[in-house]
Each structure stands twice: as C-alpha cells, then as structure tokens.
Design a protein around this ligand. Structure first.
Ligand SMILES: Nc1ncnc2c1ncn2[C@@H]1O[C@H](COP(=O)(O)OP(=O)(O)OP(=O)(O)O)[C@@H](O)[C@H]1O
Length: 249
C-alpha cells in the first residue's frame, strides 16, 4: 500500500497522563483516513503529531516515530525543518480562522511570506486555489472585502484555499465542518472527496455519518490507543455503517 503517513509506537504524555499509548498507524496515499473516537480519546493529539504541532505545548512529551510523505518520500517529521513541515502538511482547524484581512490577502500574504511569490504569479495561484475550493465565482467580485464578511462555510473554504495555495503534500483536517450548518458541511465534504485525487487527507471527525461518507480508511481510537482500523469496504452499507462504527467506539 502506498502511504502518506506511517506512525510507529507513538507515545504522547502530559505529566503523569498518557494521552497516546504506543500507537501505530499507516495512512494510505491519495485517500481519506478518518480518525474517530470518543471525546478525549486522543484524535487531535494524533493529528497534531503529524505536523509536530504538539511541540507548541511545553507540557507534552512525545516519543516514537512519525513519518509523512513529503516530496514523494516518507520522511521522519523530526528531520523536516518546521517551516517546511507546516507548509507541506497543511492544516485546517475546527473553526474557520481567516486572517483579519481581505479575501485576497488571506491567500496572497501566506504565498508571499512562505514561498516568496508575489504579483501576477501570486494572483494566478490565488485564483487557482479559490477555484479548487469552488469559491472563485462566489468571491471574484469581493476580493477586497474583509474575509470576515464571508459566510462560515465560505470562510472555511477560504482557509482550505489558503492551505492549498502553498502546495501541500498532505492535508490535516481537525473536524473541518464542526462549526458549519448541514448544507455548508456537505459542500465542504463534496470538496474533500474531489480533493483526495490530488492530496492525501487525514482528518478527525465527530460525525459518524461524515466518517462513513468520506473515509477510505477509518482509525478508531479508544483511550489513547488504536482499537481498530478498517477500510470503507468493510463497513455495512447505509445507516448500518454508523451503527457498526458506534459499537467500536
Ligand atoms: N496540551 C495539552 N496539555 C495537557 N493535556 C492535553 C493537552 N492536549 C490534550 N490533552 C489531553 O489529552 C487527552 C486527549 O485530548 P485530544 O484533544 O487529543 O482528544 P480528542 O479525541 O481530540 O477529543 P475531542 O473529541 O473532545 O476533541 C485529553 O484528556 C486532553 O485533556
């Protein structure tokens, strides 16, 4: 199996609390891996270990091996310079977090600061990224308006466009539709299904309906350990699939 991530014997602790216990997981390339589990089971901590975001929390201690496919090769994330890792493993969070700038500057500024791309080239890339997330037609006439004036679903797609403009190798999504209404969530879900042809996706989801709809591979966490991985084909069809996942949690 071609992999976008390989995790071996990952342990994360905070003082005496073990958050992840010897967790090993392989995530397929160009597919969607969905992490599910009860609240507090360690899903976000696992996701954050992929781009070393846990390093931002001084209380957390990490051991084990985490590899991501970067530039076509699986590389230990500890060996990748942080700015490169954060760009290559693009992350989108639960609530949309656009910069307090215009729609256009939200994509143009990171392009300039991270890749040094400006002017016409940057504008071309911005348009391409906004098209990729299906936002271009909606915002073409309001590029100079504040990003905060967009709807929640549009803001989340803008955040995704900002990430895609930086040409990531993998997308890490932490409950990307949690703050959206059902319709906006479905728009983002459809978008993710279309993006997986180009980008492997590892995402956390609380919604079993969403997990069943999007996952090619499911990783079920319980108490900081991986209790089961399964392919979508192993799930019963329809609503039975959700019941099946619920029983595993
Ligand atoms: N920076 C931190 N410092 C101390 N403890 C932490 C830290 N981050 C997470 N934890 C603890 O680790 C455990 C797992 O948290 P995590 O956010 O990974 O779970 P989760 O499965 O994503 O939960 P939820 O579904 O509620 O978001 C929790 O008990 C949490 O309090």
């Amino acid at each position: 199996m071609n992999l976008c991530a390989r995790i071996e014997n990952l342990n994360v602790s905070a003082g005496a609390q073990n958050i992840l216990n010897g967790l090993s997981l392989e995530c397929p390339d160009r597919k969607i891996t969905v992490l599910v589990g009860r609240s507090g089971s360690g899903k976000t901590t696992l996701l954050r270990s992929l781009n070393r975001l846990n390093d931002c929390f001084p209380a957390l201690r990490t051991s084990g091996r985490v590899e991501l496919k970067i530039g076509g090769l699986l590389r230990a994330v500890g060996d990748v310079p942080l700015p490169e890792l954060r760009r290559r493993a693009g992350m989108v969070f639960q609530s949309p977090n656009p910069l307090p700038l215009s729609v256009a500057r939200n994509v143009l500024l990171p392009l300039q600061l991270t890749l040094g791309v400006k002017g016409t080239e940057a504008e071309g890339r911005m348009k391409q990224a906004l098209e990729q997330v299906g936002l271009w037609k909606e915002v073409a006439g309001r590029l100079n308006q504040p990003a905060a004036s967009l709807s929640g679903g549009q803001q989340q797609r803008l955040c995704l466009a900002r990430t895609l403009a930086l040409e990531p190798d993998v997308l890490l999504l932490d409950e990307p539709t949690a703050s959206l209404d059902r319709h906006a969530a479905e728009v983002v879900e459809d978008l993710l299904l279309s993006l997986k042809e180009r980008y492997p996706i590892v995402m956390v989801s609380h919604s079993l309906i969403q997990a069943r709809r999007l996952a090619d591979r499911l990783a079920v966490l319980r108490g900081g350990a991986l209790c089961r991985t399964l392919d979508a084909a192993e799930l019963p069809a329809g609503g039975e699939g959700e019941v099946f996942i619920e029983r595993l949690l």
